[in-house]
Design a protein around this ligand. Sequence first.
Ligand code: FAD
Length: 384
Amino acid sequence: MNKYNYIFAGAGLSSLMTVYEMIQSGLFLHQKILLIDADCKKTNDRTWSFWEKKYGEWDDIVSHKYETAFFKNKNFNRKLDLQPYHYKTVCGIDFYTKVFDAIRQNPNIEFLNASIHKVEEYNEGVQVITNIGNFHAEKVFNSIYNPTIVASQTQFPLVQQHFIGWFIQTTEAVFTPETATFMDFSVNQKGNTRFMYVLPTSETEALIEYTLFSPILLKKEEYETEIENYIQGLGISTYQIIEKEAGNIPMTCYPFWKHNTKNILHIGSAGGWTKASTGFTFKNTIQKSKAVVRFVQTQSDFRKFHKKDKFWWYDLLLIDILFYRNEIGSSIFSAMFKKSKAALIYKFLDEETTFWEDLKVIWQCPKRPFLKAVFCRIFANKSL
Ligand SMILES: Cc1cc2nc3c(=O)[nH]c(=O)nc-3n(C[C@H](O)[C@H](O)[C@H](O)COP(=O)(O)OP(=O)(O)OC[C@H]3O[C@@H](n4cnc5c(N)ncnc54)[C@H](O)[C@@H]3O)c2cc1C
């Protein structure tokens, strides 16, 4: 029988970071670990950005970092000083290469390129059924996101962060490589929450991403037309598209942890590790992967790996508003970024603020939609 101590179903960000954490701890040398993924993780399939105070453990693969960022809408343009944070970028391929290099040094860890059909718990552990055979483990970490789980209920609305991004190279120097454009809401909102996200890596190169926080996806042409118009608006006439990326990240407060069993833990987006109000996952995964590795050293029932705090409630209200009043998203984010210090917003999004600091951020936002969302959740026990 193919028996392991731990199996990782899916070997993307959350699994690889958790395995890396296990390796770093030095405590799993005698445990048999198997990672299974349908993809060999050898392509640059995504670029991750996240903020962090100065130094971090992934700095050796950070390809670019910013100390300032623009926030824009039709009425104002604010240059944010991010200190003491840096906004950092990691290329997917550099992350995969680093972790797989570490895995190769550990003969107790194997990688299997296979497609997983099912993960099921039975009396003595968990069975992972793949196209090339069945594998058994005492514990399974499952990062395979099942979109039908959220789609088949209405209590926790699903807003999607959907985008297409182009890495372009221009002939003339047009970008400021020290400054990212975090959100540019000056684009036509068309009844949604739509913005441009720009990450320049040199004076002639940048990732330009047309992003929506909204329940419904667009046709590919619409994202691309908006990118073309935006590039034209920047006064760029000649450019080359070097690479493209696309994504659709779930923004929801759905309680994914309810699907955890004694021996199966859902991790990554499948485990609710994506911050609902922003779609950011990388930073959360750094913290959660450490928490998981600490957890398995002392506890064995995965149903206990979960905490629901005030930040879950804040996210819940924002997602309710974005779902039902998608057209006011720009005004909420603009109000937040117009006056507050970027460092305070980052601390709030990292869920590290005190209650008074929370109020400082929340107080900037339009009050009526939030009060209505609170009322609906508390008194009617439903979303808006
Ligand atoms: C293009 C893009 C850009 C992003 N940028 C950012 C960013 O800047 N900052 C940020 O914080 N977050 C970002 N995200 C969101 C988030 O960080 C990523 O989606 C992240 O990869 C989620 O990690 P995960 O482990 O949940 O899922 P994944 O990394 O997607 O890992 C899941 C793995 O499961 C495998 N898999 C799926 N189904 C099967 C199956 N049936 N059998 C076998 N294997 C299977 C997949 O191949 C994949 O490797 C981005 C997402 C995308 C798509």
